[in-house]
Ligand binder design. Structure first.
Ligand code: SAH
Length: 241
């Protein structure tokens, strides 16, 4: 029987020692240790060619900081030799914002190549020449792509078969059906005079489900009108079919 190769993340970084870092503990760490997924952190600097092993240079046109050189990064990408069916992602605040839908898609595939920028970013020409897809983890600026790559990998790994305990944990949580998750409670029954909502301890599963649904909808409406609109659109097109 041919062994199926596990989901794989290949990371290009100037700081390979940052990996696995937080991905080496808890759910992701256990799954890494048991071979559910594989991680390869490759040093971009290994592709430097000069005596000083430099990887960056000053921006053309002037301005502050340094830019990752196209030739060095392209050589690092080529040396990683990733299969053509694997997505090539560049972590970048200019990219498409990462969503749970994209995470699901990435988790279902063979696993991406992730390129971590540093300094002011990377030379535009390597983005075009190697057809990199820019992905952002939010509208704020990190000092490097490593933490962004870790966030993406963590979100994917927890969806791999066998990583999370219960299959349904993923189908009910935030962003499933473009809704935020309902509030969660656990013992003790009374905390600083606040009680667990009675319905949740009633044992009536249908009522619990209806309550959770209503809470999720109310929360989404108030906190994330953008998600709520997406949710309503999806509901509309579902009834049309
Ligand atoms: N000057 C750039 C920011 C560079 S930050 C700009 O204004 O767009 C340095 C590196 O950190 C980037 O190349 C990218 O790899 C990473 N990074 C920073 N913020 C990020 C974000 N929100 N999402 C993904 N990667 C990010």
């Amino acid at each position: 029987m041919a062994l199926l190769s596990p989901w794989r993340a290949t990371v290009l970084t100037l700081f390979p020692e940052m990996f696995p870092g937080p991905l080496g503990v808890s759910l992701a760490g256990k799954a890494l240790a048991t071979g559910v997924w594989a991680l390869e952190a490759r040093d971009i600097r290994a592709s430097a060619t000069d005596r000083h092993r430099s990887v960056d240079d000053t921006p053309a046109g002037g301005g502050p900081g340094m830019v990752l050189r196209a030739d060095i990064l392209a050589a690092a990408i080529d040396a990683a030799n990733v299969a053509s069916n694997r997505p090539r992602l560049l972590m970048s605040p200019r990219g498409q914002p990462l969503t749970q839908a994209r995470v699901r898609e990435l988790a279902a595939g063979p696993g991406p190549l992730l390129i971590c920028g540093r300094f002011e970013g990377v030379d535009q020409r390597v983005i075009e020449a190697r057809q990199l897809e820019e992905i952002s983890v939010g509208d704020y600026v990190l000092s490097g792509g490593e933490i962004a790559a870790m966030a993406l990998i963590d979100a994917c790994v927890r969806l791999l078969p066998g990583v999370m305990g219960k299959a349904e944990s993923a189908s009910e949580e935030s962003f499933a059906e473009s809704l935020l998750e309902y509030p969660q409670y656990t013992r003790p029954q009374s905390f600083e005079e606040r009680q667990i909502p009675e319905i949740l301890t009633s044992g009536d599963h249908a009522k619990v489900a209806a309550w959770r649904r209503a809470e999720a909808e109310a929360l989404t409406k108030v906190r994330r009108p953008d998600l709520w609109a997406a949710h309503e659109n999806a509901a509309k097109s579902a009834t049309k079919e």
